[in-house]
Design a protein around this ligand. Structure first.
Ligand code: CTP
Length: 405
């Protein structure tokens, strides 16, 4: 199964202004195209000092626009025509000077004209600042940033770190892959705007001694996809994770834990302040009843040590028992009889929605197929990559929240 192209059928106008971060804009153009978008590059005169229109044309596969007097447009109105089919207008890099122009509605060259003339209600403006840290922190820049935000622009970054000038601080443009993810997120519907979502993900690890433990098979990919999809849908997301090595989705708050009891102790106090709790974690049902402080050694008897087990708390059931529980969604990873097992869990854990999947068929993979089970019945969600499934699940959850009294 191939992963869905995140920007299929999307048209992005990518504007470059003067700054050394133009080299990252070249990579961004490539990333957007690889994600399925068509990309129309527009450059200011200053941007052309840093990277050539030839490079940007080759990467985007389209002639670049640099002047409002471009006679290629039949009506000679490039500043109108170029945004009419655009799904988003991305300025990367956005210099301090260009941001000042945006804040004041100045429009003395093609790119600033485009920004002013874009259909404001349906073409979002995404601005990725790139400048020296002193320029970024200057009250004039901060004032201009506040103004463009108030006018509806979305400001992406900037990041903190080493700068080309040799200084270090805020003002670095985000990396191309981060900007690409921001564009994808900006174009998603926002049915969870204003909602708070808590997600558990990954396995738990129950230590036997300092070098050994009991764990479950789980890559955490479904939970991370869910956290990303919920964040893209406008939610404020907290992700509580067992031991996995996956990058944290952008703008998601992550809390790392190891054992089921640690996960329980982090989740329970947080849960009541959330609208939704999605338990994707493969929590170990049992832990060793006692922990050996030192590594258990072979004693020469050739008999294996007996490990007594104690039951772990059921985190999902505990959240569902709260006086005012969030909307709870459980996962059921089964080896067989999915519908019956999932329905049994729905009733046993007293939650409104269980998402069933055949465990061994999906562990560690990028795709999955789901069975949604609730009081009304069952719905099969056909096989797709985990992010596509997560977005579908977010839609289902949002619809149920809307329908709640
Ligand atoms: N779960 C949990 N805490 C546990 C065990 C499970 O929060 N201690 C959650 C999982 O995150 C998942 C759901 O409960 O959302 C179902 O987990 P599963 O292990 O399949 O269910 P169990 O209750 O352990 O049932 P069984 O192992 O008998 O299938």
């Amino acid at each position: 199964m191939t992963t869905a192209l995140q920007l299929d059928n999307r048209h992005i106008v990518l504007g470059l202004t003067g700054g050394v971060a133009c080299y990252k804009a070249a990579v961004l153009a490539r990333a957007l195209v690889k994600s399925g978008a068509t990309v129309q590059v527009v450059m200011t005169e200053a941007a052309e000092r840093f990277v050539t229109a030839v490079t940007m044309q080759a990467l985007s596969g389209r002639p670049v626009y640099t002047s409002q007097w471009d006679a290629r447009e039949a009506n000679n109105m490039a500043h109108i025509n170029l945004t009419r089919a655009a799904d988003a207008l991305v300025i990367a890099p956005a210099s301090a000077d260009f941001i000042a122009k945006l804040a004041n509605g100045l429009s003395d060259e093609l790119l600033s004209l485009l920004c002013l003339a874009r259909p404001i209600g349906r073409c979002p403006l995404l601005v990725a600042p790139a400048m020296n840290r002193e320029m970024w922190l200057h009250p004039a820049t901060q004032r201009n940033i506040a103004r463009i935000r108030a006018d509806g622009a979305q400001v992406l970054g900037p990041a903190d770190g080493d700068q080309a000038c040799g200084e270090s601080g805020d003002g670095r443009m985000l990396e191309a892959s981060e900007l690409c993810d921001e564009v994808v997120a900006a174009l998603q519907p926002k049915p969870l705007r204003g909602r708070r979502v808590l997600v558990t993900a990954g396995p738990t690890f129950e230590a036997i001694d300092p070098v050994r433990g009991i764990t479950n098979l789980s890559s955490g990919k479904m939970g991370f996809a869910l956290a990303r999809a919920a964040q893209e849908a406008g939610a404020e997301v907290t992700l509580v994770v067992g031991p996995v090595s996956l990058p944290t989705p952008r703008h998601v708050r992550r809390v790392d834990v190891a054992s089921a009891r640690q996960m329980h102790d982090v989740v329970l106090p947080l849960a009541a302040a959330h609208d939704v709790f999605v338990a994707t974690a493969a929590v170990a049902d049992w832990r060793p009843a006692s922990y050996a402080q030192r590594k258990i050694k072979k004693d020469g008897s050739h008999s294996a040590p007996a490990i007594e087990l104690a039951e772990n708390p059921d985190i999902l059931a505990a959240v569902a028992r709260l006086p005012k529980p969030p909307f709870c969604v459980g996962f059921a990873a089964e080896t067989d009889d999915l519908a019956r097992n999932a329905r049994a869990k729905l009733e046993r854990k007293n939650v409104p929605l269980i998402v069933g999947n055949i465990g061994p068929a999906t562990f560690g993979r990028d795709d999955n197929a789901l069975l949604l089970v609730d009081a009304r019945g069952e719905r099969q969600v056909p096989a797709a990559d985990k992010l596509t499934l997560a977005r579908e699940l977010v839609r289902e959850i949002a619809a149920r929240l809307e329908a709640q009294p």
